[in-house]
Write a protein that binds this ligand. Structure first.
Ligand SMILES: *Cc1c(COP(=O)(O)O)cnc(C)c1O
Length: 471
């Protein structure tokens, strides 16, 4: 046993360290093409066994150049955080220990670590102390978890037991939400059988979702209702005004769900906490561990105020299972059955950062996003479309040729994103916001330093000069 693991895990550790150490000097974006990766990885199903050593050695070789430098300090694509060292190490051990964290009887330490980490999260995110929670794969499944509980609760109020009768013949549930929302909301509604046709979209104004608009939408017809609000818009990081909007929704007996995939973490910082003010009045909240808390993929969290509705939705008893009366069995709160012991990495991340470290992680990311946007935007031809209010900003690059149109600027912006990524100095992704192509500046990783920020701004300016000269 010992002999089998020693050499293999040492070799694996060395490969991991080599990878992490090389990050500052390697291109941030992947350089290997689809064809190359397929050529290397796509072999016929192996007939004979191979040594684990050989398999890992080969795997490390085959993926070379096919990994984005997410773990480094200059990856600013989408909203993707790195992994703080303690969480990475705990994640290694999670695989080593291989616990099935569905129930206390099956995974005692894992379920207790998760129970404690859940309580810590509730405190750090400043949610009501007695909310129930679930550790899931990401914000997508956190939406599914929360909206399943919401479906149960709003239909129970209409005298309909959805767990027993299903949705056949149930009163329709209307979903009231802003038209600017994350695509995972729609996927959750599809999965839960509520259907996208039930969504009443409110067109938001530049200042966000207006209370009068919400009131108007809620007045239009009655029945079971879910209102979806947002802490951290994917393009701008904007927040709904929870203090104004949630009481209105509650007057119409609606369940309020908050998509706070990354934005809910503003609550952890004294500087940015005002943005989430009133969010604690909602009925459920979804957020991620793998984004701003910098826990390895995958990790999301669902929180539900109505514990009974949450339990009615997922609670599970089976005769062959040893249910605990005193411990928390995750299977009663989660859509999964067998599951990874996700609590360990979160526990380790929070233990290593502490409240002050999490606040600093949030503050730094916001500060750096602003520095990149303002630094890049100082150059003529680079437009600041959105100055970050948290860790998300938008830049647009003007085609310098005379007589150009918005369409040319769209194309030029796409070319700029490609050019920056190809430089290897930084990685950004694009978006179309209010009809205009933009580059998203999204900072979520603990590893980013001021030096990284400066190098990134220089790389953006250099890319602009290069494309300007070529056009
Ligand atoms: C990333 C994101 C999601 C989806 O989260 P996953 O962890 O990818 O499932 C949902 N909403 C917002 C606002 C996001 O940024």
């Amino acid at each position: 046993m010992k002999r089998q693991y020693n050499a293999l895990l040492e070799k694996t550790r060395d490969a991991a360290i080599r990878y992490l150490d090389a990050l500052p000097d390697e291109p941030v974006g992947a350089t290997a093409s689809l064809d190359e990766l397929r050529e290397r990885l796509d072999r016929p199903v192996p007939v004979e066994p191979s040594s684990a050593d050989a398999v890992i050695e080969q795997l490390v070789r085959d993926v070379e150049g096919g990994l984005h430098g997410v773990a480094g300090g200059r990856f600013f694509g989408w909203v993707i955080g790195g992994s703080v060292p303690a969480a990475l190490a705990a994640d290694w051990l999670t695989s080593t220990w291989d616990q099935n964290a569905g129930m206390f009887a099956v995974a005692p330490a894992a379920t207790v670590a998760e129970e404690v980490a859940g309580r810590w999260l509730i405190e750090i995110l400043r949610l009501p102390a007695d909310v129930s929670f679930a550790f899931v794969t990401g914000c997508q499944m956190a939406h599914v978890t929360c909206l399943a509980a919401a479906r149960n609760a709003v239909l129970t109020r209409s005298g309909w037991d959805v767990e027993r009768k299903g949705l056949y013949g149930a009163p329709p549930i209307r979903i009231v939400t802003a038209d600017q929302r994350h695509g995972t909301i729609e996927r959750a509604l599809r999965l839960l059988g509520m259907g996208t046709e039930q969504v009443r979209d409110i067109a938001i104004t530049p200042s966000g979702l207006e209370p009068e608009q919400l009131e108007h939408a809620l007045q239009s017809d009655a029945g079971p209702t879910i209102v979806l609000l947002q802490a951290g818009d994917l393009n701008t990081g904007a927040f709904d005004n929870f203090n104004e909007l949630i009481p209105i929704a509650h007057r119409y007996e609606a369940w309020v769900h908050v998509d706070g995939a990354f934005g809910l973490w503003a609550s952890a910082s004294e500087t940015y906490r005002h943005l989430t003010a009133g969010a604690e009045k909602a009925d459920s909240w979804a957020t991620d561990g793998h984004k701003w808390l910098n826990v390895p993929y995958d990790c999301g969290y669902a929180f539900v105020r109505d514990r009974d509705a949450h339990f009615r939705t997922f609670g599970h008893k089976a005769s062959y299972l040893d249910h605990s009366d005193v411990a928390r069995d995750p299977v009663d709160w989660n859509p999964e059955y067998s599951r990874r012991a996700r609590g360990f990495a979160t526990y380790a991340a929070i233990a290593s950062l502490g409240r002050s470290g999490i606040a600093k992680l949030v503050d730094n990311a916001c500060d750096y996003a602003k520095r990149i946007v303002e630094g890049a935007g100082a150059l003529d031809g680079i437009d600041i479309v959105w100055t970050p209010i948290i860790n998300q900003g938008l830049l647009r690059f003007r085609d310098p040729r005379p007589g150009t149109t918005e369409h040319d600027h769209d194309r030029f912006t796409n070319a700029m994103i490609r050019c920056i990524v190809e430089s290897g100095d930084a990685f950004f992704s694009g978006t179309t916001w209010r009809g205009k192509r933009c580059m998203r500046v999204s900072v979520s990783g603990w590893a980013t330093t001021l030096e990284d920020v400066d190098r990134t701004v220089t790389a953006i300016h250099r890319a602009y000069a290069e494309l300007e000269a070529a056009s």
